[in-house]
Design a protein around this ligand. Structure first.
Ligand code: SAM
Ligand code: SF4
Ligand code: SF4
Length: 365
Protein backbone atom coordinates (compact mmCIF):
# COMPACT_ATOMS: atom_id res chain seq x y z
CA UNK A 1 0.00 0.00 0.00
CA UNK A 2 1.22 3.46 -0.75
CA UNK A 3 2.45 5.88 1.87
CA UNK A 4 -0.11 8.22 3.32
CA UNK A 5 -3.16 6.19 2.29
CA UNK A 6 -4.94 3.92 4.73
CA UNK A 7 -6.01 0.52 3.56
CA UNK A 8 -9.28 -1.19 3.17
CA UNK A 9 -12.96 -0.80 2.90
CA UNK A 10 -15.01 2.34 3.18
CA UNK A 11 -15.39 3.95 6.56
CA UNK A 12 -19.01 5.05 6.15
CA UNK A 13 -20.16 1.53 5.34
CA UNK A 14 -18.08 0.22 8.23
CA UNK A 15 -19.45 2.82 10.63
CA UNK A 16 -22.97 1.92 9.59
CA UNK A 17 -22.39 -1.78 10.14
CA UNK A 18 -20.66 -1.16 13.50
CA UNK A 19 -23.52 1.10 14.51
CA UNK A 20 -26.08 -1.54 13.56
CA UNK A 21 -24.16 -4.24 15.43
CA UNK A 22 -24.03 -2.06 18.54
CA UNK A 23 -27.70 -1.06 18.38
CA UNK A 24 -29.76 -3.08 15.91
CA UNK A 25 -33.05 -1.71 17.29
CA UNK A 26 -32.77 1.97 16.39
CA UNK A 27 -31.38 2.17 12.85
CA UNK A 28 -29.64 5.39 11.77
CA UNK A 29 -31.66 7.78 9.60
CA UNK A 30 -30.77 6.22 6.28
CA UNK A 31 -28.41 3.39 5.40
CA UNK A 32 -25.70 4.36 2.91
CA UNK A 33 -26.28 3.34 -0.69
CA UNK A 34 -23.46 0.92 -1.46
CA UNK A 35 -22.19 -0.27 -4.81
CA UNK A 36 -21.30 -3.88 -5.57
CA UNK A 37 -17.85 -3.38 -3.99
CA UNK A 38 -19.33 -1.87 -0.80
CA UNK A 39 -18.44 1.72 -1.69
CA UNK A 40 -20.87 4.51 -0.74
CA UNK A 41 -21.39 7.61 -2.89
CA UNK A 42 -19.88 10.57 -1.05
CA UNK A 43 -18.26 12.82 -3.59
CA UNK A 44 -19.87 14.26 -6.75
CA UNK A 45 -17.94 15.98 -9.52
CA UNK A 46 -20.17 18.19 -11.58
CA UNK A 47 -19.19 19.23 -15.08
CA UNK A 48 -20.73 22.59 -15.91
CA UNK A 49 -19.58 22.78 -19.52
CA UNK A 50 -17.56 20.76 -22.03
CA UNK A 51 -16.00 23.96 -23.42
CA UNK A 52 -12.67 25.45 -22.45
CA UNK A 53 -10.55 28.52 -23.14
CA UNK A 54 -7.36 26.39 -23.23
CA UNK A 55 -6.42 23.31 -25.25
CA UNK A 56 -4.14 21.36 -22.90
CA UNK A 57 -2.64 18.67 -25.08
CA UNK A 58 -3.27 15.93 -22.51
CA UNK A 59 -6.96 16.84 -22.20
CA UNK A 60 -8.39 18.67 -25.25
CA UNK A 61 -5.88 18.34 -28.11
CA UNK A 62 -6.67 21.02 -30.67
CA UNK A 63 -6.76 18.52 -33.55
CA UNK A 64 -9.73 16.84 -31.88
CA UNK A 65 -11.31 19.91 -30.22
CA UNK A 66 -10.99 22.42 -33.06
CA UNK A 67 -13.58 24.73 -34.63
CA UNK A 68 -15.50 21.75 -36.06
CA UNK A 69 -15.93 19.98 -32.73
CA UNK A 70 -19.58 19.55 -31.74
CA UNK A 71 -19.73 20.98 -28.23
CA UNK A 72 -22.94 20.61 -26.25
CA UNK A 73 -25.52 23.22 -27.30
CA UNK A 74 -26.32 25.62 -24.46
CA UNK A 75 -30.00 24.61 -24.40
CA UNK A 76 -29.00 21.00 -23.72
CA UNK A 77 -27.34 21.88 -20.41
CA UNK A 78 -29.16 21.37 -17.14
CA UNK A 79 -30.55 24.65 -15.83
CA UNK A 80 -29.23 25.68 -12.42
CA UNK A 81 -32.67 24.84 -10.94
CA UNK A 82 -32.55 21.32 -12.43
CA UNK A 83 -28.97 20.88 -11.33
CA UNK A 84 -29.72 21.98 -7.77
CA UNK A 85 -32.52 19.43 -7.61
CA UNK A 86 -30.25 16.64 -8.86
CA UNK A 87 -27.53 17.64 -6.37
CA UNK A 88 -30.04 17.62 -3.53
CA UNK A 89 -30.98 14.05 -4.48
CA UNK A 90 -27.31 12.98 -4.40
CA UNK A 91 -26.90 14.67 -1.01
CA UNK A 92 -29.88 12.72 0.33
CA UNK A 93 -28.10 9.55 -0.78
CA UNK A 94 -24.89 10.39 1.11
CA UNK A 95 -22.93 12.89 -0.99
CA UNK A 96 -21.39 15.62 1.16
CA UNK A 97 -18.67 16.92 -1.13
CA UNK A 98 -19.31 18.69 -4.44
CA UNK A 99 -16.65 19.65 -6.96
CA UNK A 100 -17.60 22.00 -9.79
CA UNK A 101 -15.50 21.41 -12.85
CA UNK A 102 -15.62 20.93 -16.62
CA UNK A 103 -14.31 21.85 -19.25
CA UNK A 104 -13.66 25.25 -17.80
CA UNK A 105 -16.38 25.97 -15.22
CA UNK A 106 -15.67 29.71 -15.12
CA UNK A 107 -16.89 29.99 -18.71
CA UNK A 108 -20.30 29.83 -17.01
CA UNK A 109 -19.98 33.41 -15.83
CA UNK A 110 -23.23 33.08 -13.88
CA UNK A 111 -21.53 30.44 -11.71
CA UNK A 112 -21.86 32.58 -8.55
CA UNK A 113 -25.65 32.18 -8.91
CA UNK A 114 -25.28 28.39 -8.82
CA UNK A 115 -22.96 28.54 -5.80
CA UNK A 116 -25.50 30.69 -3.98
CA UNK A 117 -28.18 28.07 -4.74
CA UNK A 118 -26.21 25.00 -3.63
CA UNK A 119 -24.17 26.35 -0.69
CA UNK A 120 -27.21 26.40 1.64
CA UNK A 121 -28.32 22.83 0.80
CA UNK A 122 -28.43 20.89 4.07
CA UNK A 123 -25.78 18.16 4.07
CA UNK A 124 -23.25 19.96 1.87
CA UNK A 125 -20.00 19.95 3.81
CA UNK A 126 -17.69 21.07 1.07
CA UNK A 127 -17.93 22.81 -2.31
CA UNK A 128 -14.76 22.89 -4.37
CA UNK A 129 -14.07 24.36 -7.79
CA UNK A 130 -11.42 23.18 -10.25
CA UNK A 131 -10.42 25.81 -12.80
CA UNK A 132 -7.55 26.85 -15.02
CA UNK A 133 -7.71 30.15 -13.12
CA UNK A 134 -7.72 32.51 -16.10
CA UNK A 135 -11.09 34.06 -15.30
CA UNK A 136 -10.56 34.19 -11.54
CA UNK A 137 -9.41 37.83 -11.44
CA UNK A 138 -12.86 38.69 -12.82
CA UNK A 139 -14.91 36.26 -10.74
CA UNK A 140 -13.15 35.40 -7.46
CA UNK A 141 -14.85 38.13 -5.40
CA UNK A 142 -18.33 37.19 -6.61
CA UNK A 143 -17.67 33.48 -6.04
CA UNK A 144 -16.64 34.13 -2.44
CA UNK A 145 -19.65 36.38 -1.87
CA UNK A 146 -21.87 33.55 -3.16
CA UNK A 147 -20.41 31.08 -0.65
CA UNK A 148 -17.38 29.41 -2.29
CA UNK A 149 -14.66 28.69 0.26
CA UNK A 150 -11.86 27.03 -1.66
CA UNK A 151 -10.48 26.49 -5.13
CA UNK A 152 -8.11 24.25 -7.08
CA UNK A 153 -6.22 25.86 -9.95
CA UNK A 154 -4.40 23.90 -12.64
CA UNK A 155 -0.89 24.96 -13.59
CA UNK A 156 1.60 22.62 -15.24
CA UNK A 157 4.65 24.84 -15.73
CA UNK A 158 6.21 28.07 -14.54
CA UNK A 159 8.14 28.90 -17.67
CA UNK A 160 6.14 30.43 -20.49
CA UNK A 161 7.53 28.21 -23.20
CA UNK A 162 6.51 24.96 -21.48
CA UNK A 163 3.20 26.41 -20.31
CA UNK A 164 2.30 27.54 -23.83
CA UNK A 165 3.27 24.19 -25.30
CA UNK A 166 1.25 22.17 -22.74
CA UNK A 167 -1.84 24.42 -22.68
CA UNK A 168 -1.59 25.21 -26.43
CA UNK A 169 -2.20 28.89 -25.81
CA UNK A 170 -0.49 32.20 -26.58
CA UNK A 171 -1.14 33.28 -22.95
CA UNK A 172 1.68 33.38 -20.44
CA UNK A 173 1.99 31.81 -16.99
CA UNK A 174 1.00 35.20 -15.54
CA UNK A 175 -2.55 34.59 -16.79
CA UNK A 176 -2.81 31.75 -14.29
CA UNK A 177 -0.70 33.15 -11.45
CA UNK A 178 -2.85 36.30 -11.52
CA UNK A 179 -5.79 33.94 -10.96
CA UNK A 180 -3.95 32.40 -8.00
CA UNK A 181 -3.32 35.88 -6.58
CA UNK A 182 -6.96 36.84 -7.09
CA UNK A 183 -8.10 33.68 -5.29
CA UNK A 184 -5.82 34.39 -2.32
CA UNK A 185 -6.82 38.06 -2.21
CA UNK A 186 -10.51 37.12 -2.26
CA UNK A 187 -9.97 34.91 0.78
CA UNK A 188 -10.38 31.50 -0.84
CA UNK A 189 -8.66 28.97 1.42
CA UNK A 190 -7.11 26.61 0.79
CA UNK A 191 -5.92 27.41 -2.70
CA UNK A 192 -4.62 24.20 -4.22
CA UNK A 193 -2.70 23.73 -7.45
CA UNK A 194 -2.95 20.71 -9.77
CA UNK A 195 0.07 19.92 -11.95
CA UNK A 196 -0.09 17.07 -14.45
CA UNK A 197 3.44 15.88 -15.09
CA UNK A 198 4.52 14.24 -18.34
CA UNK A 199 7.96 12.79 -19.01
CA UNK A 200 9.88 14.85 -21.55
CA UNK A 201 7.24 17.58 -21.53
CA UNK A 202 7.26 19.30 -18.12
CA UNK A 203 9.01 16.89 -15.72
CA UNK A 204 11.89 19.38 -15.54
CA UNK A 205 9.44 21.67 -13.72
CA UNK A 206 8.76 19.45 -10.68
CA UNK A 207 11.11 21.21 -8.25
CA UNK A 208 10.32 24.68 -9.64
CA UNK A 209 6.59 24.11 -9.21
CA UNK A 210 7.02 22.73 -5.69
CA UNK A 211 9.32 25.62 -4.70
CA UNK A 212 6.92 28.21 -6.10
CA UNK A 213 3.97 26.64 -4.23
CA UNK A 214 5.96 26.65 -0.97
CA UNK A 215 6.83 30.34 -1.44
CA UNK A 216 3.31 31.31 -2.45
CA UNK A 217 1.56 29.49 0.40
CA UNK A 218 -0.50 27.17 -1.80
CA UNK A 219 -0.70 23.36 -1.69
CA UNK A 220 0.45 21.69 -4.86
CA UNK A 221 -0.66 18.27 -6.02
CA UNK A 222 1.28 16.44 -8.70
CA UNK A 223 -0.98 14.29 -10.87
CA UNK A 224 0.14 11.31 -12.92
CA UNK A 225 -0.71 11.63 -16.61
CA UNK A 226 -3.80 9.47 -17.19
CA UNK A 227 -5.27 7.67 -20.19
CA UNK A 228 -8.57 9.49 -19.85
CA UNK A 229 -10.62 9.62 -23.04
CA UNK A 230 -9.23 8.34 -26.29
CA UNK A 231 -7.76 11.45 -27.89
CA UNK A 232 -4.76 12.47 -25.78
CA UNK A 233 -2.22 9.97 -27.19
CA UNK A 234 -1.43 8.53 -23.75
CA UNK A 235 1.70 6.42 -23.48
CA UNK A 236 2.85 4.77 -20.28
CA UNK A 237 6.41 5.99 -20.90
CA UNK A 238 5.13 9.55 -20.46
CA UNK A 239 3.82 8.81 -16.94
CA UNK A 240 6.22 10.04 -14.26
CA UNK A 241 5.55 7.63 -11.40
CA UNK A 242 4.59 9.00 -7.99
CA UNK A 243 7.64 7.27 -6.47
CA UNK A 244 9.91 9.37 -8.62
CA UNK A 245 8.09 12.64 -7.89
CA UNK A 246 8.11 11.83 -4.17
CA UNK A 247 11.85 11.01 -4.20
CA UNK A 248 12.74 14.19 -6.08
CA UNK A 249 10.79 16.40 -3.70
CA UNK A 250 12.20 14.58 -0.69
CA UNK A 251 15.76 15.04 -1.97
CA UNK A 252 15.24 18.81 -2.12
CA UNK A 253 12.94 19.38 0.86
CA UNK A 254 12.49 16.32 3.13
CA UNK A 255 8.86 15.22 3.44
CA UNK A 256 6.89 12.71 5.52
CA UNK A 257 3.49 11.11 4.80
CA UNK A 258 0.37 12.58 6.41
CA UNK A 259 -2.61 10.41 7.34
CA UNK A 260 -5.62 11.19 5.13
CA UNK A 261 -8.39 13.27 6.73
CA UNK A 262 -10.93 10.87 5.31
CA UNK A 263 -11.11 7.63 3.38
CA UNK A 264 -11.41 8.03 -0.35
CA UNK A 265 -9.05 11.02 -0.49
CA UNK A 266 -7.51 11.06 -3.94
CA UNK A 267 -4.19 12.73 -3.17
CA UNK A 268 -1.56 11.16 -0.97
CA UNK A 269 -0.39 13.94 1.30
CA UNK A 270 3.11 14.72 2.54
CA UNK A 271 4.26 17.45 4.91
CA UNK A 272 7.49 19.33 4.51
CA UNK A 273 9.64 18.63 7.54
CA UNK A 274 10.78 22.27 7.59
CA UNK A 275 7.18 23.33 8.29
CA UNK A 276 6.48 24.84 4.85
CA UNK A 277 3.10 23.15 4.46
CA UNK A 278 2.14 20.10 2.39
CA UNK A 279 2.49 18.64 -1.07
CA UNK A 280 0.27 15.95 -2.60
CA UNK A 281 0.59 13.28 -5.25
CA UNK A 282 -2.32 11.74 -7.16
CA UNK A 283 -0.97 8.39 -8.31
CA UNK A 284 -3.95 7.18 -10.32
CA UNK A 285 -1.80 5.07 -12.63
CA UNK A 286 0.93 3.57 -10.44
CA UNK A 287 -1.05 3.28 -7.18
CA UNK A 288 -4.71 2.93 -8.19
CA UNK A 289 -7.23 3.68 -5.48
CA UNK A 290 -10.44 2.20 -6.93
CA UNK A 291 -11.06 0.25 -3.73
CA UNK A 292 -11.90 3.47 -1.89
CA UNK A 293 -13.46 5.34 -4.80
CA UNK A 294 -16.60 7.09 -3.59
CA UNK A 295 -16.83 9.49 -6.55
CA UNK A 296 -19.67 9.92 -9.00
CA UNK A 297 -19.62 12.32 -11.94
CA UNK A 298 -22.37 14.31 -13.59
CA UNK A 299 -22.02 15.68 -17.12
CA UNK A 300 -23.29 19.15 -18.01
CA UNK A 301 -26.39 17.59 -19.56
CA UNK A 302 -27.14 15.51 -16.49
CA UNK A 303 -25.65 12.10 -17.26
CA UNK A 304 -24.40 10.15 -14.25
CA UNK A 305 -21.04 8.44 -14.79
CA UNK A 306 -19.85 5.99 -12.17
CA UNK A 307 -16.19 6.06 -13.25
CA UNK A 308 -13.80 8.51 -14.92
CA UNK A 309 -13.11 5.81 -17.50
CA UNK A 310 -16.71 4.87 -18.28
CA UNK A 311 -17.93 4.80 -21.87
CA UNK A 312 -21.49 5.89 -21.21
CA UNK A 313 -23.57 7.66 -18.59
CA UNK A 314 -27.08 7.32 -17.19
CA UNK A 315 -29.52 10.00 -18.27
CA UNK A 316 -30.82 11.79 -15.17
CA UNK A 317 -32.02 14.79 -17.19
CA UNK A 318 -34.66 12.56 -18.78
CA UNK A 319 -35.73 11.49 -15.29
CA UNK A 320 -35.97 15.11 -14.12
CA UNK A 321 -37.68 16.41 -17.25
CA UNK A 322 -39.98 13.38 -17.30
CA UNK A 323 -41.70 14.65 -14.17
CA UNK A 324 -40.18 12.26 -11.61
CA UNK A 325 -40.76 13.01 -7.94
CA UNK A 326 -37.75 13.58 -5.65
CA UNK A 327 -38.16 10.04 -4.39
CA UNK A 328 -38.16 8.64 -7.95
CA UNK A 329 -35.08 10.70 -8.77
CA UNK A 330 -33.28 9.34 -5.70
CA UNK A 331 -34.34 5.81 -6.62
CA UNK A 332 -32.99 6.23 -10.16
CA UNK A 333 -29.60 7.39 -8.85
CA UNK A 334 -29.48 4.70 -6.17
CA UNK A 335 -30.20 1.91 -8.63
CA UNK A 336 -27.33 3.03 -10.88
CA UNK A 337 -24.98 3.26 -7.89
CA UNK A 338 -25.98 -0.14 -6.47
CA UNK A 339 -25.07 -1.79 -9.78
CA UNK A 340 -21.62 -0.13 -9.91
CA UNK A 341 -18.60 -2.41 -10.25
CA UNK A 342 -16.06 0.05 -11.72
CA UNK A 343 -12.36 -0.30 -10.97
CA UNK A 344 -10.78 0.71 -14.25
CA UNK A 345 -7.45 1.89 -12.84
CA UNK A 346 -6.94 -1.42 -11.04
CA UNK A 347 -7.60 -3.20 -14.31
CA UNK A 348 -5.33 -0.97 -16.42
CA UNK A 349 -2.78 -2.93 -18.40
CA UNK A 350 0.76 -1.95 -19.28
CA UNK A 351 -0.43 -0.49 -22.57
CA UNK A 352 -3.31 1.38 -20.94
CA UNK A 353 -7.06 0.97 -21.04
CA UNK A 354 -8.83 -0.21 -24.16
CA UNK A 355 -12.26 0.51 -25.58
CA UNK A 356 -14.44 3.61 -25.66
CA UNK A 357 -14.10 6.13 -22.84
CA UNK A 358 -15.71 9.48 -22.27
CA UNK A 359 -13.41 12.53 -22.52
CA UNK A 360 -12.36 14.14 -19.25
CA UNK A 361 -13.32 17.62 -20.48
CA UNK A 362 -16.87 16.31 -20.95
CA UNK A 363 -17.28 14.37 -17.73
CA UNK A 364 -15.32 16.65 -15.40
CA UNK A 365 -11.89 16.16 -13.87
N1 SAM B 1 -10.49 23.32 -16.74
C1 SAM B 1 -10.34 23.06 -15.36
C2 SAM B 1 -8.90 22.84 -14.99
O1 SAM B 1 -8.07 22.63 -15.88
O2 SAM B 1 -8.62 22.87 -13.79
C3 SAM B 1 -11.19 21.92 -14.84
C4 SAM B 1 -11.32 20.71 -15.69
S1 SAM B 1 -9.85 19.75 -15.91
C5 SAM B 1 -10.44 18.41 -16.87
C6 SAM B 1 -9.65 19.07 -14.27
C7 SAM B 1 -8.29 18.53 -13.96
O3 SAM B 1 -8.07 17.39 -14.74
C8 SAM B 1 -7.14 19.49 -14.25
O4 SAM B 1 -6.35 19.66 -13.09
C9 SAM B 1 -6.36 18.79 -15.32
O5 SAM B 1 -5.01 19.06 -15.25
C10 SAM B 1 -6.70 17.33 -15.06
N2 SAM B 1 -6.50 16.47 -16.23
C11 SAM B 1 -7.01 16.63 -17.46
N3 SAM B 1 -6.58 15.65 -18.29
C12 SAM B 1 -5.76 14.85 -17.55
C13 SAM B 1 -5.00 13.69 -17.83
N4 SAM B 1 -4.97 13.14 -19.04
N5 SAM B 1 -4.31 13.12 -16.83
C14 SAM B 1 -4.32 13.68 -15.59
N6 SAM B 1 -5.03 14.77 -15.27
C15 SAM B 1 -5.72 15.37 -16.24
FE1 SF4 C 1 -9.29 22.98 -20.34
FE2 SF4 C 1 -8.84 22.08 -17.92
FE3 SF4 C 1 -8.75 20.40 -19.99
FE4 SF4 C 1 -6.84 22.23 -19.77
S1 SF4 C 1 -7.27 20.55 -18.34
S2 SF4 C 1 -8.00 21.75 -21.63
S3 SF4 C 1 -7.90 23.90 -18.85
S4 SF4 C 1 -10.53 21.47 -19.26
FE1 SF4 D 1 -12.80 5.52 -9.29
FE2 SF4 D 1 -12.90 4.64 -11.80
FE3 SF4 D 1 -10.84 6.15 -10.98
FE4 SF4 D 1 -11.09 3.61 -10.10
S1 SF4 D 1 -10.74 4.26 -12.19
S2 SF4 D 1 -10.59 5.43 -8.86
S3 SF4 D 1 -13.34 3.44 -9.96
S4 SF4 D 1 -12.99 6.79 -11.12
Amino acid sequence: MSAGRSDGCICRARRYRARMAADPVTPPASPPVLDRLDRPVEDLRVSLTDRCNLRCTYCMPREMFGPDHAFLPREELLSFEELTRVLAAFIDLGVSKLRLTGGEPLLRTDLPDLIAMIAPLPGVQDIALTTNGILLPRLAGRLVAAGLKRVTISLDALDDETFRRVADTPLSVRAVTEGVEAALAAGLSPVKINSVIQRGVNDHQIEDLAGWARDTGVTLRFIEFMDVGTTNGWQRERVVPADEVQARIHARWPIAPVEPDRQGEVAERFRYLDGAGEVGIVASVTRPFCRTCVRARLSAIGELYTCLFAATGHDLRAVVRGGASDEELRAAIASVWRARTDRASELRTEGGLTGERVEMSYIGG
